[in-house]
Design a binder for this molecule. Structure first.
Ligand code: FES
Ligand SMILES: [Fe+2]
Length: 346
């Protein structure tokens, strides 16, 4: 599993009214909550007294209180109060659980899973549109391969087939004609854009424009985030409009991948924001379900037999992505100097 990363744990608006959220990320079980003063805390989801889930408890002031015998834990994971102890008795030093570094960025809570010396805040992806635009999000557990999940948003050739009943018209076709990908690859990311045929219905063209092609931008940040960004230029009396889909994904455990899909937009149905949210959520749920069927189907076959995918020339984005993926997987697994020296015999 891919550790040493900041992962998106939840969105800030999920932590209202003293709610405790539980998550499992790269095999680690955590509980997330906001204290009464508004501080976000991420702790291991375990009370060290009798080893039960802390997420069965509740918030009291700046602490989370275990629901079993009421031990209270603060943001550092230290037990600060044990109701059954008399005031002169000391809390044992071992009464402590793991706490995670966390921060709020782009309206989401991010927590770090890994070795402290490898922590790099710059690796939180730039989901900057979420700071200002309306958005909807949804979570999906996928029995799929994390690498294929990572690729699914910018695999440009699957859209007119997998999504033939949902967004084919909006996204347009991509025939055998080779798209010009205008690709930029950096150490940990990949960005690019290409043009798709605009095959919208007349009704959609009135709304999204009559240009022959629609600009489709895409991005990927190792290992956990990808982006598809559709730009509809201004036309008639309409201003330019944009729809950006983000996917954030991580391994829950060895078998399951969490896929969080976030859709955000600018100036689409802007006079009817509630309709826009309802429409975008309905659409994005359908699109993800269509993808999941194929992601799980791929894992099914790979788990039954040792198989190689038969990639061809138009799969060029997959080749670029695989190079980036393999390089970073190797680098991420490399030990730091401190880890190596710690292992040296005395
Ligand atoms: S198990 Fe948590 S207080 Fe006893
Ligand atoms: Fe898709």
């Amino acid at each position: 599993m891919i550790r040493n990363q900041w992962y998106l744990v939840c969105f800030e608006d999920e932590l209202k009214n003293g709610k405790l959220l539980k998550r499992k990320i790269v095999g680690e079980e955590i509980v997330v909550f906001k204290t009464e003063s508004g501080k976000v805390v991420v702790l291991q989801d375990r009370c060290c007294h009798r080893n039960v889930h802390l997420s069965l408890g509740y918030i009291k002031g700046e602490h989370i209180k275990c629901g079993y015998h009421g031990w209270e834990f603060g943001a550092t994971g230290k037990c600060e109060h044990i109701p059954s102890l008399s005031p002169e008795e000391k809390i044992p030093r071992a009464a402590c659980i793991k706490s995670y570094d966390s921060q709020i960025k782009h309206k989401a809570v991010w927590a770090y899973f890994g070795d402290a010396e490898k922590k790099d805040e710059a690796t939180i992806p730039p989901f900057k549109e979420l700071d200002h635009w309306p958005m909807v999000y949804n979570y999906h557990v996928v029995k799929g391969n994390i690498k294929l999940v990572a690729e699914s948003l910018f695999d440009s050739h699957h859209i007119n087939h997998v999504h033939r009943n949902s967004i084919k018209t909006l996204m347009g076709n991509l025939h055998s004609e080779k798209p010009d990908y205008h690709l930029t690859v950096t150490e940990k990311s990949l960005q690019g854009w290409y043009l798709r045929d605009n095959e919208n219905s007349i009704f959609e063209k009135v709304y999204f424009g009559f240009e022959d092609k629609v600009e489709a931008h895409f991005g990927y940040w190792f290992p956990h985030s990808s982006q598809l960004d559709l730009r509809f230029p201004a036309h008639l009396t309409m201003p330019a409009r944009q729809m950006v889909i983000y996917e954030h994904f991580y391994e829950i455990d060895e078998d399951n991948v969490m896929m969080i899909q976030i859709t955000t937009w600018n100036r689409i149905f802007e006079y009817n924001p509630w309709f826009a949210k309802w429409f975008m959520l309905r659409k994005s749920m359908k699109i993800v379900e269509e993808d999941i069927a194929f992601l799980e189907s791929n894992k099914y076959w790979h788990s039954r037999e040792k198989l190689n995918d038969l990639l061809i020339k138009p799969d060029e984005l997959t080749f670029e992505f695989t190079k980036l993926w393999n390089k970073n997987i190797k680098r991420n697994a490399e030990k730091t100097y401190q880890e190596e020296t710690a292992e040296l015999p005395n």
